[in-house]
Design a protein around this ligand. Structure first.
Ligand code: ATP
Length: 215
């Protein structure tokens, strides 16, 4: 859409935050808001907000502020059409279930849309997300145009599953396993090793606490 193509990237990145806050206002029955009030709530400065909103057309009125409902309608359209990111989760164990439950609610434009596990007893729907058998992975990923996957499987199967994901067209993997998986060029892996992170923190606290706190 031409109209949306003109929105700068930085503005587009702030959009989900505006959207979340405006949803909150709308639910509370607030009809209008000034850029100063929005600035207070979002921590973006009022000038930035006014400039951002100017890309959305003349929605604001002097001395009146912005119409919450009109803004919401506009944002919902842009977010829906442009950036609702469906993510897959592979491995519905303890960590996988925690992430399903969390489901990135703070972001209005990302969600886990499908989860997969070899254990068919996992149940059909968890936290509103359907759990598919692994043999449906390729078909579902293609059908739902998913190109990002979260990996919460045992490390012994992480590489094999990564290969399957890549073959199915996945371009980004958030890897919660300790294994450093190999991927071809053009596929990005983000490693999140929680044990390692905690160990690093423990190490710093034990060895450098006096330096970092200045005591
Ligand atoms: P739980 O004790 O419930 O299995 P966990 O997180 O401790 O949870 P893990 O052994 O790490 O268990 O396995 C995580 C999840 O990955 C499990 O639900 C398991 O069924 C699933 N899993 C194991 N192997 C595969 C595989 N090859 N493909 C898809 N999922 C798998």
């Amino acid at each position: 859409m031409d109209e949306q193509a003109k929105i700068p990237r930085a503005t587009a990145k702030r959009l989900p935050i505006y959207y979340r806050y405006l949803t909150f206002l709308n639910d509370a029955g607030t009809n209008r808001i000034s850029s100063a009030e929005l600035a207070e709530a979002t921590k973006f400065d009022a000038a930035t907000i006014r400039r951002d909103f100017s890309y959305f057309g003349a929605l604001g009125k002097r001395g009146y502020g912005y119409d919450v409902e009109a803004l919401l309608e506009f944002f919902a359209k842009v977010l829906d059409q442009n950036s609702l990111i469906n993510v897959a989760l592979i491995g519905v164990g303890h960590l996988g279930q925690a992430l399903l439950n969390f489901n990135f609610h703070q972001s209005s434009n990302m969600r886990i849309a499908a989860a997969f596990d070899i254990n068919e007893n996992r149940g059909k729907i968890l936290s509103g997300v359907p759990i598919y058998d692994m043999n449906e992975l390729e078909e579902q990923i293609k059908a739902q145009r998913i190109n990002i996957a979260i990996l919460t499987v045992p490390q012994g199967v992480a590489q094999e599953i990564t290969d399957t994901l890549v073959a199915a067209g996945v371009k980004g993997i958030m890897n919660f396993t300790p294994l450093r998986v190999s991927v071809p060029k053009g596929v990005r892996v983000q490693n999140v090793d929680l044990t390692n992170e905690l160990q690093t923190l423990v190490y710093f606290i034990q060895n450098y606490a006096s330096i970092t706190t200045g005591k």
